[in-house]
Design a protein around this ligand. Structure first.
Ligand code: 13P
Length: 287
């Protein structure tokens, strides 16, 4: 069922676990992700980044996401991920999304606060929630490429306390896409941010490639939403490739290929949800 974003995150923060926020590009991804969440009886966030609309138009994917969220047996929030334009923010709200991630992270902090507050006002008026971002998360979410960096603690506190955001994505050395080398998260900065803003749900972007023990450590420091995109895009490709390798060209079918892709997305999503739920020891999770 479609549930308030803020409630889902606050519950996770209280329980010391994180909600998996999975980016979707098509129906097969939705099927695999939602089946995983239902089988594990776990709430999730389904999201799509504005920069992905050129591959997955919102007018096709948005209604599918909304319908799935309404019918699912588990709690789902729907988010526009990395929203930049007022037009796309309003379109997403009109399709029933109940959370907007407004990305003002490339702006000077005062400007980020000003814009985030204005968007928060409009989003709240529509009954939806607002996720903000501070500092530059490296890599790319379908747009420009950035180097991983860390936000300044004073800026994290300022945006978190002055912008009326409901959740805050913090740059702590994380990056979208494939990491070059081993990701090094700044846990000291995360710990200080959580101590300064104890009730604020903190969000970790760039989840693909982060080590299981680092996810668990981040969850103890206030991270209660973790974004996963690339790992599932890769799972889709791996499923399709495995199918083509296993089945002779004249026996291949559209349906078989899709099933193989969905299966890999299901497995990958299950592993992430079990990790984020923070109840099982790491060595029993096939990650
Ligand atoms: P990854 O592509 O690294 O998993 O990051 C996803 C993300 O942060 C979406 O906003």
């Amino acid at each position: 069922m479609l549930c308030p974003f803020t409630r889902i995150l606050k519950d996770a923060l209280t329980d010391k676990r994180a909600v998996g926020a999975f980016n979707v590009g098509n129906m097969e991804m939705l099927i695999g992700i939602v089946k995983a969440a239902e089988d594990l009886r776990s709430p999730i966030v389904l999201q799509i980044a504005e920069k992905r609309f050129k591959h997955s138009p919102l007018e096709y994917v948005g209604p599918m996401m909304f319908s799935v969220a309404q019918k699912a047996k588990i709690e789902i929030a729907l988010e526009l991920d990395h929203g930049f334009t007022v037009e796309n923010i309003r379109r997403s709200l009109a399709f029933g999304f109940n959370s907007i991630m407004f990305d003002g992270s490339d702006k000077p902090v005062a400007e980020n606060i000003r814009l985030t507050s204005a968007v928060a006002k409009e989003v709240h008026n529509q009954g939806a929630a607002l996720e903000a971002e501070i500092g530059v998360v490296g890599g790319s979410e379908g747009g420009a490429m950035y180097l991983a960096s860390c936000a300044r603690l004073e800026d994290i506190i300022k945006l978190g306390s002055e912008s009326e955001c409901d959740a805050l994505a913090v740059a702590i050395g994380n990056a979208h896409g494939h990491y070059k080398g081993v990701p090094k998260l700044n846990f000291e900065l995360l710990q200080q941010s959580h101590a300064a803003l104890p009730g604020m749900p903190l969000v970790l972007h760039g989840g693909t490639g982060i080590a299981p023990e680092d996810f668990r450590k981040a969850i103890t420091m206030g991270i209660c939403k973790i974004n996963i995109a690339t790992a599932n895009f890769d799972a889709f490709v791996a499923g399709a490739a495995a199918y083509c390798q296993a089945v002779a060209p004249d026996s291949r079918s559209y349906f078989g290929l899709n099933e193989s892709a969905v299966e890999k997305i299901y497995e990958n999503t299950c592993a992430h949800i079990r990790l984020f739920n923070n109840t099982e020891p790491l060595d029993v999770i096939n990650f």
